[in-house]
Design a binder for this molecule. Sequence first.
Ligand code: PEP
Ligand code: MG
Length: 588
Amino acid sequence: METLKGIAVSPGVAIGEVFVLDDQRRRIARRTVAAGQVQGELDRLDHALKKSIEELSAVRERTNRELGEEAGKIFAFHLGMLSDRTLTGPIRELINKELVTAEYAVFATFTSLADRFSALGDAAFKTKVDDVHDLSIRVLKHLIGAHTSRLAALKHRAIVLARDLTPSQAAAFNKSQVLAFVTELGGRTGHTGIFARAMQIPAVVGCPRVTAGVADGTPIIVDGDTGTVIIDPDSETLERFTRKQERAALFSISQAELRQLPCVTLDGTPIDLQGNIEFPEEVPSVLGSGGNGIGLYRTEFLYLAGDEEPTEEVHYAAYAQCVELLGGRSLTIRTVDLGADKYTQDRADNPERNPMLGLRSIRYCLKNQAMFKRQLRAILRASAIAPGCIRIMFPLVSKVEEYRSAKFFLNDVMEDLQEEGVAFDRNVKVGMMVEVPTAAILADKFASQADFFSIGTNDLVQYTLAVDRTNEQVADLYHPANPAVIELIRRTVKAAKEARIPVSCCGESAGELEYTMLLLGLGLRTLSASPTYLPALKRLIRSVTIAQCEAVAEKVADFDSDVAVSSYLRDVTRKIIPEAFDGRPGED
Ligand code: PEP
Ligand code: MG
């Protein structure tokens, strides 16, 4: 038995068998095909090489254009290799003579070439080793996709272990087969964790060496409440966690009884509890968990789930489905928040050096206008189904001009629709996420432009504290309870109240019980969180008064350390709702 510790990102306990999803530079198993399938494998190889050459030519052209021909020559080696018969010849020969799959032939040939470069020992050739690996990954991507390929082989329920998962890889999971997952990389609010919560499966990230030496089929326990991963548990441990699973099931039954009760504090103040979703199919689970609408629809998952950019009709169908499922309740559609760890780096020919500070979110949309307008058209068209239901929200706005530009595009699209005689809600509310310090510091300026704010603590913490939210090595520094973050929330709520615009919180802190009293005490009356968290939130809200929450917010203002704030908040909350903390870290 071996116990490992990672970062808990999605609650619950799973008990099952290991399924290891290999790293990108993985070994491709040697698989043979029947003689009659050889031509098919050669055709697959030709297709993959052709697609890779097309991609590389496009990168070279763009580099020539933007950086000059000298820079473009970097890709000459890559292109030269893929067109060189001395490389492609042996791949074909391997398929023809040994009847192996195209992916194995590519893998074996590139690996042997990289080994030969490596053995030369010369620094100039060492860089070629990386080039060869990159090329191999590029061609393999066209043959078998990214990590997801091995998943196709998953025919039973299992717990997936991987070095890392991108949100699009997680999106390819078959929900009925993946019981839980654990990765070696990643942080608390990375999008892979968000995805696990959407799927309502336990997950742990930032768990060092979890894939090392573990074979498929090994028994494993994953505790998504504490971040504990136990490989090959003994019978006593197995029994303890089985009991924990049963207790959690009982707790969720008692939560279910709460659903019909109003979400008000003990002194009768109504709190609007809404849900965060990534897919329309999650709407019923938000409503079933006591949510009163959707406070954050992360529409970028429309892009992450497939290989192609969604068409206007795909967007429209998703939004229309949500509106219909919501029956008149509010739907806040966030325009695509691509970039950073979502989509663009995976598919970029020129990945950014520092994507978290790069071309992401609204910046990406403003530079990809056709794509942005396609989405805005679809949202506006869907707004006609139930006028007043849809709100549009722009992510990661950091400058007032950026907000104005986004509105400008929206107005442009409205004019087009008007001219075409297409119906839409002219009074649709348009707001923004407050998730970078500039937006919080200048909240009064933004409040005069926007119809509403939603505070995104995930990014607000990342950018205020200069801590990458996906990096397990600095996860201990990532803390929503940092007094600087609390001060920015306080400022944002105050500016919104003064401008009389609605303000909510939709970051992960909105779903974490220890922050609820603080957020209510700071003046928030709308919280939006993953459906998993809604029942417990409602229970806590119904057990406190606003005066108690205000006292908590006032007390917190005296602290100068995140650890002190956090343990204070935890203690106060635990006294009110001890059963919700059952089995969490530090609670035993
Ligand atoms: C946030 O940053 O808090 C947020 C809700 O957006 P996302 O997690 O999708 O970046
Ligand atoms: Mg964000």
